[in-house]
Design a protein around this ligand. Sequence first.
Ligand code: G6Q
Length: 480
Amino acid sequence: MNWAAESGIDEAKNAFYNGAAINETEKRAVLHQALRQPDDYDFILNGQPIAIEVKRVWDRMEKFCRALHTGTHTGYTGKRITDVVNIGIGGSDLGPVMVCEALKPYQNCGIKPHFVSNIDAWHICDTLQNLHPDTTLFIIASKTFTTQETLTNALTARAWFLEKGGAETDITKHFVAVSTNASAVADFGINPDNMFEFWDWVGGRFSLWSAIGLSIACAVGFQQFKSLLEGAAAMDKHFFETEADQNIPLVLAMISCWYIQFYDIKAEAILPYDQRLHRFTAYLQQGIMESNGKYVDRNGHPVEYPTSTVIFGEPGTNSQHSFFQLLHQGTHIIPAEFILCREPHHPYTLQHELLISNCLAQSEALMRGKTKSEALADLKLQGKSPEEIEALLPYKVFPGNKPSTTILLDKLTPYALGQLIALYEHKIFVQGIIWNIYSFDQWGVELGKALARDIHGELTAGIVGNHDSSTTGLLREIIG
Ligand code: G6Q
């Protein structure tokens, strides 16, 4: 806690809360928490309250969802919309997918959400295979509306729609956009009246709370979406108002910083013991690694200490039968965060008890390990011969003393999920302050995008340009 205080966490929280342009390299404020506050609460940006704008978009989202759910907004043949396809990538995809999967028990509105992100056409082909153009709505979700994958997939969706029976004049009923870029949306051919707006102070990977969450609201209903926002707001309040040593995101962040700094750890596992959270780690991989995978500090100098670890994980108990061997007996220390719900949404009590038992057993096993004498006693009990015992004993010892944290939720409700996501957002923020890096930009994703544009030009022209020998060799093989 002293380390956090000396790193200026209180000042940083104030700046964050007050809408300072803490996304320094892009000269933007970071105010995603303003998207989820109660009605009597406002954030000020450049002297202006911003809640009015936020609520205007909420109203539009709510009306739109109601129109879909009551059948006022139908497809071009008059049938109800039954499927919503969100086309977006990165921050315009990972959050909505993760939340829709997590809240499947709340999908009672007659709308099934689908997500297309990858430029690999299999993604959209597989998705469209069982859909009908007259009952499908496409949400083109892109903050910038310039993203290659999203615009290309959107064109493919549009061509599919027209080919399968829709007319140009029906497009307004079946395509909406979520963006900050109204002119690019109009240029693309979507009526700006069909655009749900958000703002440059919402970072992509923190945007599920904005209109980027439209697919969530379509799937679970606007009230449940609001409940998700309320849960996040409760965590914001906790983070901004609670003393350091009781502050959950701060404590979680500092435990992680401690192990990274003093135990030289390179990876951390996030292990939801809940199948509904099966995309949660993938979502956090972006949140954590894109935010804090940085090597240059706020003064423009290379840091002399480690920053973000590699984040990985799969739902329990699948992960136990996969990579847990390395957690228990490998040569690395990998701190683990277990996420567990006390109560399930399904009626299978026995399976839930077994899930809980496995989760608690793993953290206990990681901590306690198994000593040589315990392993010896086990082998004797199994009736092994002295020779067998001598041969097997070294492999049966678990060093233990492996750190883990368990986050226990009562139930995976929209509210609790909102709290959980916001908890990690604030953890990310704290770690960025501790490491004195800028958490809210992502320049490291740009180089590959630029090179891909060049290579695409060469593929189209059939000419190999000036590359390193490996890339040249591969291109020659492909172009022939
Ligand atoms: C997230 C990143 C990135 C972004 C995607 C999609 O913080 O900025 O993942 O969300 O590149 O960008 P668009 O929403 O602009 O298409």
